[in-house]
Design a protein around this ligand. Structure first.
Ligand SMILES: NC(=O)c1ccc[n+]([C@@H]2O[C@H](COP(=O)([O-])OP(=O)(O)OC[C@H]3O[C@@H](n4cnc5c(N)ncnc54)[C@H](OP(=O)(O)O)[C@@H]3O)[C@@H](O)[C@H]2O)c1
Length: 331
């Protein structure tokens, strides 16, 4: 039975007198730091370079900033918010040497733990609190009081109190207002990467192919891009499905739309989608993806950069930009 936690399940006073550090002040580090501060937690930010842009931003935002080693030495709870591909190296050289018995290490993704790229010693509690929201929504949902969904795993419980610490932290972050789901570190990682590697690219591929097909038939480019995704109709459908269920979202559509949706979805069964989905999942449950990506990280992102270059050469993006500007009325 899956466990879903809400505010009543946490004891926020467990953070009283605890020194909380955030290592990294990037996309996710910044909104999480602001949420913690607004919940009354004093936070220190650990950075790799005291003079770079993000370090300055953290100071300008009013936080105490120190280098990673100093910050780790002071911390009772350290939330590691570094880019996942940078973390293994920083962990070995700057974090691991500072660890002491009883500290709690929190990861925002299970990635490095699941694939053994980071192996914390058995001195410390280790958990994962992985938001399922974009960073700006993490902050916005704290401010409007709705909270954000988050996955949680208790990866290594040395003190016997790791789950309670994670829940107290999730409370201060604002996640428990929406809901926190507990699962294993491997499950958190595999589900997260599955969405990124199977669902999102499938949607993007479908939109791209549909765009090319419709424009090939002479439909006006602005109308095609607008109808496919810029209008927000697609987002509204997904949003409604996420709030009230897929069937309910469908029941709000016209009967013609319902018939078209359901009868044409039947045809998807003829496509070999299962083979694609199972292939992705197999690579994630095993080590095929992590080996492939680690090799590219070590090669200086050669393949990632080539893939990005290839996408930039697709002139559809230029048309998309122009369409967004035209719809906004930019001259
Ligand atoms: N972004 C999301 O939507 C999201 C959502 C859920 C979970 N997460 C998780 O949150 C964590 C942080 O992600 P993020 O998107 O916030 O990462 P990010 O913005 O790309 O980077 C975060 C920090 O990593 C530091 N960093 C990058 N390369 C480094 C290196 N070689 N050595 C030392 N530090 C380095 C950066 O330092 P500088 O400031 O010095 O550049 C930055 O402060 C990850 O575990 C990620 O999986 C992210």
């Amino acid at each position: 039975m899956t466990v879903v936690y809400h505010e009543a399940d946490a004891n926020p006073s467990l953070l009283d007198g605890k020194r909380v550090s955030l290592i990294g002040y990037g996309h996710l580090g910044r909104p999480l730091a602001w949420n913690l501060r607004d919940s009354g937690i004093t936070v220190t930010i650990g950075v790799r370079d005291l003079e770079n842009e993000n370090a300055r931003l953290a100071r300008d935002d009013g936080f105490a900033v120190a280098d990673i080693g100093d910050t780790m030495r002071q911390a009772d709870i350290a939330f590691l918010l570094l880019a996942d591909d940078a973390l293994p190296d920083v962990f070995v050289h700057e974090i691991a040497p500072q660890l002491r018995r009883g500290q709690t290490l929190v990861f925002a993704s299970g990635y490095n733990l699941k694939y053994g790229l980071v192996e914390p010693p058995t001195l410390v509690d280790v958990g994962v609190l992985a938001p399922r929201s974009m960073p700006d929504m993490v902050r916005q949902s704290y401010q409007d009081g709705s909270g954000f969904y988050c996955m949680m795993s208790v990866h290594q419980d040395i003190t016997g109190g790791c789950r309670e610490q994670l829940l107290a932290l999730a409370h201060a972050l604002g996640a428990l207002k929406a809901g926190v789901v507990e699962l294993t570190t491997a499950q958190e990682t595999e589900l997260d990467l599955f969405l990124q590697q199977a669902i999102l690219p499938a949607v993007a591929h479908l939109l791209l192919r549909a765009g090319e097909l419709l424009m090939g038939y002479g439909y006006p480019v602005e109308a095609v891009i607008l109808d496919l995704y810029i209008s927000g109709e697609l987002n509204d459908f997904i949003l409604r499905a996420s709030q009230e269920g897929l069937l309910h979202a469908l029941s709000q559509a016209t009967r013609t739309a319902q018939y078209g949706f359901l009868s044409r979805m039947e045809r998807m069964k003829d496509l070999d989608i299962d083979r694609f989905l199972e292939g992705i999942l197999r690579e994630l449950r095993g080590d095929a993806f992590v080996r492939e990506w680690t090799k590219d990280v070590q090669a200086g992102y050669t393949r990632l950069n080539a893939l990005l270059r290839e996408q930039r050469n697709n002139n559809l993006w230029q048309k998309e930009e122009e369409t967004i500007a035209a719809l906004r009325g930019d001259s």
